[in-house]
Ligand binder design. Structure first.
Ligand SMILES: Cc1cc2nc3c(=O)[nH]c(=O)nc-3n(C[C@H](O)[C@H](O)[C@H](O)COP(=O)(O)O)c2cc1C
Length: 197
């Protein structure tokens, strides 16, 4: 494959991907068979030690209100004086995005040869594989996180085990309005050569 062909092959997905806010990811989202393909793409992520040190939890429409209560409880955990309006905003966030899932990393020390940072890298690759697959299907994707990720409300609500952390949510859906793509950093900003200090 020529360099131009390689860029056409990967670049159309990699360079055109951009974060889309869950607010702008409407129905229709990926169907169940499409989601299956998206999760199979996650399984193709590099995984040192073959630990599968991550998992994903789908939040179906019927559970969005429950998630909203978790977000509200998470807010109260860090601010017991949160106003009704702030709590309503927190609940509303659970309704965004046609398809919503939580990304969980397993950082427990079950294999000393694969430290926590390597497991997080594996999760990041799995997430990117999913987002690029969704994009190839014509959907947009966005990541969301925030202070509530480490809350007891989420830990309990999602039954996170010891050593597991909630890293972020991924939303998929049909992009209702696109924003201009950001200026990406150039390789000169993040590539150096050993010996060339
Ligand atoms: C782990 C993780 C969590 C993120 N959480 C948020 C978030 O809470 N809110 C948000 O607007 N973007 C979030 N993002 C997306 C970034 O803001 C986005 O990738 C960045 O602005 C670069 O834009 P691009 O993805 O379009 O290149 C998150 C990204 C990562 C990797």
């Amino acid at each position: 494959m020529s360099d131009d062909d390689a860029l056409a092959f990967t670049g159309s997905l990699i360079h055109l991907r951009q974060h889309v806010s869950p607010k702008r990811l409407a129905e229709p989202g990926p169907s169940a068979p499409q989601l299956r393909l998206i999760f199979e793409a996650a399984a193709a992520a590099p995984d040192h030690g073959l630990l599968v040190p991550w998992r994903f939890v789908l939040i179906p429409p019927a559970m969005r209100a429950t998630l909203g209560e978790m977000f509200a409880a998470a807010l109260i955990e860090r601010d017991a004086t949160a106003s009704d309006e702030q709590l309503a905003d927190a609940r509303a966030k659970a309704q965004r995005g046609a398809v919503l899932l939580l990304c969980v990393a397993d950082l427990s020390a079950r294999d000393p040869n694969t430290p926590a940072h390597e497991r997080l890298v594996s999760l990041g690759c799995a997430i990117q594989n999913m987002m690029l697959t969704a994009q190839a299907m014509g959907f947009g994707a966005g990541l969301s996180s925030g202070q509530g990720m480490a809350s007891e409300a989420l830990r309990h609500g999602f039954r996170l085990g010891n050593g597991e952390i909630a890293v972020c949510f991924v939303s998929f859906g049909t992009v209702t309005s696109a924003k201009p793509r950001r200026q990406r950093p150039t390789p000169d900003e993040f590539v150096t050569t050993l010996g060339g200090f």
